[in-house]
Design a protein around this ligand. Structure first.
Ligand SMILES: [Zn+2]
Length: 292
């Protein structure tokens, strides 16, 4: 009887073990399947403001654009990858919509729709965004970073040092837009960072405009490779003439970054998106439509 009981217990144990193993297999297969059903990367272009420039003179130190006016779109980009959601650039402070700022020294920043309202339109709240990455620390790119206080912040290490450097902290109010990143989990990189480890979303260091400015390379299943300039080029004309604006922090670095960027563009046969170029923005699907 005792032997029977021991045997019975062993059989029971075996059954339990097999059941657990089978369940584990199902669960892991389930996860793989969930990934497989949403394995395309989606790329959304969001309207995160506009800067009306009355005279583009500072955008090329040779004066090439002197006397021209322009509307520079301020975009944010949402990348929905099967492994997580990433925001590339966060635009102008969305609070400007409630409290418009007066035009100052030829630049007028406006916001016509809030970033959070656009995210809500596709069922997202800031806490859903896994990664926030910015091309650089200027307030038309970092204006809403503090809204994302549950995200991991991805940043070039030289840019991160610049963001909290003495000159920026004492001479500008930019850090008001991003000072919460101090407490966030962070990924810092030097040359480049492969965000999801599959080569599909790669941030490349392209310094010059600021010490750690970056560009984004994105490989989509149907749309091919996109290359987002950050402010390496301020508008399409600037790319055409390899313009060095008067506000470039390091001219030699900017020229080297342009060469690096164009090499990637050629090698990957990429569609280049100059971020502030309104025509480039208009040629992208209108949110909530997307490229995949
Ligand atoms: Zn900018």
């Amino acid at each position: 009887m005792l032997l029977d009981w021991i045997k019975y217990r062993k059989i029971l144990k075996d059954i339990m073990k097999k059941t657990i193993a089978t369940l584990t297999l199902f669960i892991s297969l389930g996860f793989v399947e969930a990934d497989d059903t949403s394995d395309t990367i989606k790329f959304y272009a969001l309207d995160c403001g506009n800067i009306a420039v009355s005279d583009m003179a500072p955008f090329d130190k040779t004066g090439r654009f002197s006397g021209q006016s322009a509307d520079l779109i301020v975009p944010c980009y949402l990348i929905r990858h099967p492994k997580g959601d990433m925001l590339w650039d966060t635009g102008l402070d969305q609070g400007i919509l409630d409290k418009p700022v007066p035009a100052a020294s030829g630049f007028h920043s406006t916001v016509s729709i809030k970033l959070t309202d656009q995210l809500a339109a596709i069922g997202l709240v800031p806490a859903d965004i896994d990664y926030v990455a910015i091309s650089h620390a200027h307030p038309d790119h970092a204006g809403n970073v503090n809204l994302f206080d549950k995200s991991t912040f991805i940043i070039n290490s030289a840019e991160y040092a610049f963001m909290f450097s003495g000159a920026v902290l004492t001479d500008t109010d930019w850090s008001n837009y991003y000072d919460k990143v101090d407490a966030l989990p962070k990924v810092q990189f030097d040359d480049h960072h492969d965000v999801f480890g599959d080569g599909k979303v790669i941030i490349h260091s392209t310094p010059g405009h600021t010490p750690g400015s970056s560009a984004l390379e994105l490989t989509l299943e149907n749309s091919g490779t996109l290359l987002l300039s950050g402010d390496l080029y301020t508008h399409a004309g600037a790319r055409e003439f390899k313009s060095i604006p008067t506000f470039t922090m390091d001219e030699a670095a900017a020229l080297a970054s342009m060469e690096k960027f164009e090499n990637i563009a050629r090698r990957k046969n990429a569609r280049v998106i100059v971020e502030h170029d309104s025509a480039h923005f208009k040629n992208l699907p209108k949110f909530p439509a997307y490229l995949d």
